[in-house]
Design a protein around this ligand. Structure first.
Ligand SMILES: Nc1ncnc2c1ncn2[C@@H]1O[C@H](COP(=O)(O)OP(=O)(O)OP(=O)(O)O)[C@@H](O)[C@H]1O
Length: 302
């Protein structure tokens, strides 16, 4: 179990984190979600033992980061947001370099390099220099470098930013395999669908504070009151009056305390206007909607 205990962090004048308290169960995937500048990277760097000056503490199975940093570091694989590779070297030589940094050598290191190359799908490109790699391949190699020492906890800071869908899927596969093998994964992202798909529990973070958190399913159910979604050519605030609605994608979400009653009212109103909607359905809020409701902040394009 990882326990983040009253953690705060200030950079010069800027308060990046304020009194963060979270618990992450062993062998689960935890999603840290928030817009740019929310404090995700700062929290991950503290977890990874990179930022040392912070208030509060973090515990890995009872061992505190403040007092037992080196012991904990050995159990962590940290994958930074910015790709950290030596581009003029081959994939294999990058893995060699990182393996040495993690204190591996000899037969063990070579076995781990082969296993990791297989895991990240780069065995057949292992002798090519990183300069020739696509963004997705670099991301995969960046992940591989942090897996060589078989860490129990893997911290991934936005590992799917700026890559193609195929590479994104292959990173999802790597994460699922790591989880199946018993690793604890801490994963930050501002792509809500990814987090919903991959993570067992989640912490929503905004302006350095946790605004909501818990088991994914439980959280979705807790905020799960449905509303009505409607779309179509003639659908707009005017045709929906006296109901009020909020734009969502190519349609509108209609505010309602009682969606079934509103549905009847809406159908009658649309009939009288001779309007046929393209889509009309109950809409259950997703993580992204919950975040917006709690903070007023959109996670995309911020
Ligand atoms: N080295 C630093 N010096 C000063 N301020 C910093 C530093 N690193 C981060 N900050 C500030 O701390 C706050 C949190 O930043 P952080 O990078 O942790 O957020 P984030 O959620 O990871 O954002 P992003 O998704 O853009 O990486 C921001 O206001 C940021 O400007």
């Amino acid at each position: 179990m990882i326990k983040i205990d009253h953690v705060s962090k200030t950079y010069d004048a800027a308060q990046a984190l304020t009194d963060i308290n979270l618990e992450i169960a062993e062998g689960t995937c935890f999603g840290l979600v928030g817009p740019n500048g929310a404090g995700k990277s700062t929290l991950m760097k503290i977890l990874a033992g990179i930022i040392l000056d912070f208030d509060g503490d973090m515990f890995f199975n009872g061992h505190g980061v403040s007092n037992e940093r080196m012991f904990i570091k050995k159990q962590i694989g940290y994958i930074p947001q910015d790709i950290c590779l030596e581009e003029t070297l081959t994939a294999r030589d990058n893995l060699l370099l990182f393996g040495h940094l993690y204190g591996l050598s000899g037969k063990k290191l070579h076995e781990r390099i082969e296993a990791v190359l297989e895991q990240i799908g780069l065995t057949n490109r292992s002798k090519d220099v990183v300069l020739s790699f696509s963004g997705g391949m670099k991301r995969r190699l960046n992940i591989g470098c942090a897996l060589l020492h078989e860490p129990a906890v893997i911290i991934m800071d936005e590992p799917t930013v700026g890559i193609d869908p195929q590479s994104r899927n292959s990173i999802f596969t790597i994460i699922k395999q790591l989880k199946a093998a018993g690793s604890t994964i801490i994963y930050s992202s501002h792509y809500m669908e990814e987090v919903e798909q991959l993570c067992d529990s989640v912490g929503l973070i905004d302006k350095g504070r946790v605004v909501e958190g818990g088991q994914m399913q439980e959280l979705l159910e807790r905020h799960g009151k449905p509303s009505l979604f409607i779309s179509g050519d003639a659908i707009g605030p005017k045709s929906l009056e006296p109901l009020t609605a909020m734009k969502k994608g190519d349609g509108y979400l209609v505010n309602s305390e009682d969606p079934m009653a509103t549905l009847e009212q809406l159908i009658a109103s649309l009939r009288s206007q001779d309007i046929k909607p393209k889509r009309l359905e109950l809409y259950y809020p997703r993580l992204e909607d919950i975040f917006f409701t709690l903070t007023g902040t959109q996670l995309r394009d911020v």
